[in-house]
Design a protein around this ligand. Structure first.
Ligand SMILES: NC(=O)c1ccc[n+]([C@@H]2O[C@H](COP(=O)([O-])OP(=O)(O)OC[C@H]3O[C@@H](n4cnc5c(N)ncnc54)[C@H](O)[C@@H]3O)[C@@H](O)[C@H]2O)c1
Length: 358
C-alpha cells in the first residue's frame, strides 16, 4: 500500500497515554498528516484533546467497536499506543483492513505473536513499524554510524545505562509486561544493532527494592551481560527509578578508541563560582530525552507509507530478536543461570517454567 505523496496521510491513533500523548502531538503538528480518529477507552480524555487542539475534523471512538475506524477510507495508517497486551489484536485487525501500522514496542506479548503480525504485514504487503525509537536518536545513531565506519576499530565492549525517571505509575507497571520486555528491550535492540550479530549467551541478575513492584513479581534493578560470537561483551545497567533524572548513557569501547554519549540537559547553562560549578539537572523523563527520536521515527514511517523510502528500517528480524532476548534475560534471572542462544532460539531451557509475561 502506498499513499499518494500529494495529500496528507490519514491517521487513526489508538491510546492517548504517556506514549500516545507524544505521538498525538507530533501527528497534529506534522503538515504531512491529518488526524482522522482518536480511539480511547477514556472518552473524556479524547474529547478534551480534540477541543484543546481545535481538531474539528477528528472523530472519537471508544475501543468497544473499532470497525468504523478501520472501515474509514480516509484512514491510511494506524498508530497503536494502547497497553501492550492489546497491541497484537489491534495490529492484526488494522493490517487486515489495509492500514499501515506504527505500533509502540513491543508489537506482541510473545515472539510467536510478533511473527504473526509480520506474517500478516507481508501477506497484505503493508508497512509495519515497531517503535524502537532509540534507533532514531541522533546521538545513538551517530555512535552506530561511526562504529560501522570503523572509527574505533574492533568492538570489544559495550555499556548501556538506562535508568528510568520518574517511577512509572503502579497502574502502568502492573500491565507493562515487566522490566525485561518493557525497558531492557530497548538496550538489547540497540546493542545488537551496533554489533550486527545475535548474542550467543545472556546472563541476568536482578533485585527488587520497591515492595509494590516486588508484589507484582517484577524487579526494579537489573544487570545483564551478553556475549557475542565475535567476542564482544555487552553490559546493561537498568533501574526503574533514578532520583536525579532520566539517566541514559551509551559507551562503545573498541581496539582504536571509544565512543560515548552523555546525558543531555534541558538547559545547557553552567554557573561557575568560588565553591565550584553548578550545572542544570539532566532531562526528567523519556518524552524530553528522546523528543527528537519520536519525531524522526514518525517521519521515517511516513516516508515509507508515502513511498519516499522503500522499507521500514527496523526489520521483522530485529523486532523478533529483541523480544527473544528480553525473554532470555528474564528466564536467565528467574532460573539463575546463563541462557544460550543458537539458531534464533533459546537452548538449554530444561526446567524452564512459563512464569509471567511470556
Ligand atoms: N517507546 C517508548 O519510549 C515508550 C514509552 C512509553 C510507553 N511505550 C509503550 O507504549 C504503550 C502504552 O504505554 P503508555 O505508557 O502510554 O501507557 P498509558 O497507560 O499511559 O496509556 C495507555 C492509554 O491507552 C488507553 N487504552 C487502554 N486500552 C485501550 C484500548 N483497547 N483502546 C484504546 N485506548 C485504550 C488508556 O485509557 C490510556 O490512555 C506500551 O506498549 C508501552 O510499552 C513506549
Amino acid at each position: 500500500m502506498e499513499v499518494c505523496k500529494d495529500r496528507q496521510v490519514g491517521i487513526a491513533i489508538f491510546g492517548l497515554g504517556r506514549a500516545g500523548g507524544i505521538h498525538f502531538k507530533n501527528i497534529v503538528a506534522n503538515y504531512r498528516t491529518s488526524l482522522k480518529w482518536i480511539v480511547e477507552e477514556d472518552l473524556e480524555k479524547a474529547h478534551t484533546m480534540v477541543k484543546k487542539y481545535f481538531l474539528d475534523d477528528t472523530r472519537v471512538s471508544d475501543s468497544k467497536d473499532i470497525t468504523p475506524v478501520l472501515e474509514d477510507n480516509c484512514v491510511d495508517a494506524v498508530v497503536v499506543c494502547t497497553p501492550t497486551h492489546t497491541h497484537e489484536q489491534i495490529v492484526r485487525a488494522a493490517l487486515k483492513a489495509g492500514k499501515a501500522v506504527f505500533c509502540e514496542k513491543p508489537i506482541a506479548r510473545t515472539v510467536e505473536g510478533t511473527q504473526g503480525c509480520y506474517d500478516d504485514a507481508e501477506k497484505y504487503g503493508i508497512a509495519l513499524y515497531c517503535a524502537l525509537n532509540r534507533r532514531f536518536d541522533p546521538a545513538i545513531r551517530s555512535v552506530v554510524q561511526r562504529v560501522k565506519a570503523g572509527e574505533i576499530g574492533q568492538i570489544h565492549q559495550i555499556k548501556t545505562t538506562s535508568r528510568d525517571a520518574p517511577l512509572p505509575p503502579l497502574s502502568y507497571l502492573k500491565i507493562s509486561g515487566g522490566i525485561f520486555h518493557d525497558c531492557i528491550v530497548h538496550d538489547l535492540d540497540m546493542i545488537c544493532w551496533i554489533v550486527g550479530e545475535t548474542p550467543s549467551t545472556v546472563y541476568a541478575q536482578a533485585h527488587c527494592f520497591n515492595a509494590d513492584i516486588a508484589a507484582m513479581d517484577d524487579v526494579d534493578t537489573v544487570a545483564v551481560i551478553l556475549k557475542f560470537p565475535c567476542g564482544t561483551l555487552a553490559q546493561i545497567d537498568i533501574s526503574r527509578h533514578a532520583a536525579y533524572g532520566y539517566d541514559q548513557r551509551l559507551e562503545v569501547f573498541g581496539s582504536e578508541g571509544m565512543l560515548h554519549t552523555s546525558n543531555s540537559k534541558p538547559l545547557e547553562v553552567s554557573s561557575h563560582g568560588h565553591r565550584g560549578t553548578l550545572v542544570d539537572k539532566i532531562h526528567g523523563s523519556f518524552p524530553e530525552r528522546y523528543e527528537q527520536s519520536y519525531l524522526l521515527e514518525m517521519e521515517h514511517f511516513l516516508d515509507v507509507v508515502t513511498g519516499v523510502e522503500s522499507k521500514i528500517e527496523i526489520t521483522r528480524e530485529d523486532t523478533a530478536l529483541s523480544s527473544l532476548l528480553a525473554e532470555a534475560c528474564e528466564q536467565s534471572y528467574r532460573l539463575g543461570k546463563p541462557i544460550h542462544i543458537a539458531d534464533g532460539k533459546m537452548t538449554d531451557m530444561n526446567g524452564f517454567k512459563k512464569n509471567g509475561f511470556y
